[in-house]
Design a protein around this ligand. Structure first.
Ligand code: OAD
Ligand code: ZN
Length: 232
């Protein structure tokens, strides 16, 4: 099956697409949630209790990312965007910048971006790639800065726009996500309800893979270049 002219495509990516670039996933063996507690480092309450500890966690993630380069999976999705054009949207749960580095532009970071900081006092959002101090402060007002990411219990960014895109898409592709975190876990069902053809790429079965029209049980870097080539 091929993507027709004018058809709309939504791609959802998760931590798995960046695994081959050396960025650890959350729930695989050796993943981040084996070494850290979600409540401590990925909730507003955890940050309020220990901002320095939370910043230490995110500073480590920022350092990991700085060394990482996009892999053939990221590059294939940038190529898919060039082929589809306006009807293409890439929704990522990832807070890294590897999709941008690969050339993706029609991109929504639903869980935020780790290279951005947000002021808790004035709300200013700034891009910052430097090595941050342990409890960084806002350049504008001196307020406490937090990572510009979405924590558990918070509403993802761009959600109304994403739901609208899912309601009218012709193709939905999920890559490298365990399908355990809502609302992203529901996206495949919304796309199916809209009549979209659905494809899951993941080296292991996921919550979504039994519901997909096609499940490609492979790593993203191995599967995506061939998949994208075959769809046009
Ligand atoms: P998970 O760690 O839950 O799932 C990663 C998925 O990637 C698993 O299904 C792996 O099998 C798969 N995987 C591993 N290597 C892969 C490869 N080379 N190619 C393709 N897939 C591979 O990560 P997410 O589903 O992204 O949220 O997690 C969702 C959210 O939970 C994250 O955005 C984060 C996390 O807690 C917040 O922090 C709010
Ligand atoms: Zn401020």
């Amino acid at each position: 099956m091929r993507i027709g002219k004018g058809e709309r495509v939504v791609v959802l990516t998760g931590a798995g697409i960046s695994a081959e670039s050396g960025i650890p996933t959350f729930r695989d063996a050796g993943g981040l949630w084996e070494r850290f507690r979600i409540e401590d480092v990925a909730t507003p309450e955890g940050f309020a209790a220990d901002p320095v500890g939370v910043w230490r966690f995110y500073s480590q993630r920022r350092r990991e990312m700085r060394r990482a380069v996009p892999n053939p999976g990221h590059l294939a999705l940038a190529e898919m965007e060039r082929r589809v054009g306006e009807g293409f949207t890439l929704v990522t749960q990832n807070v890294d910048d590897l999709h941008e580095k690969a050339g993706s532009e029609r991109l929504l970071h639903m869980h935020g971006e780790i290279l951005k900081v947000r002021c808790l006092a004035c709300g200013a959002v700034a891009h910052d790639e430097t090595d941050l101090p342990e409890d960084p402060r806002c350049g504008k007002c001196g307020g406490r800065l937090r990572p510009h990411v979405v924590w558990f219990g918070e509403v993802p960014f761009h959600l109304p726009e994403i739901l609208g895109l899912l309601r009218s898409c012709d193709w939905f592709l999920a890559v490298g996500t365990s399908g355990t975190v809502y609302p992203a876990a529901q996206f495949i069902q919304l796309a199916r309800d809209a009549g979209a053809r659905t494809v899951v790429v993941n080296p292991d079965p996921t919550a979504a893979s039994p519901h997909a029209d096609r499940f490609i049980c492979q790593k993203a870097g191995a599967a995506l270049p061939g998949l994208v080539a075959s769809l046009f």
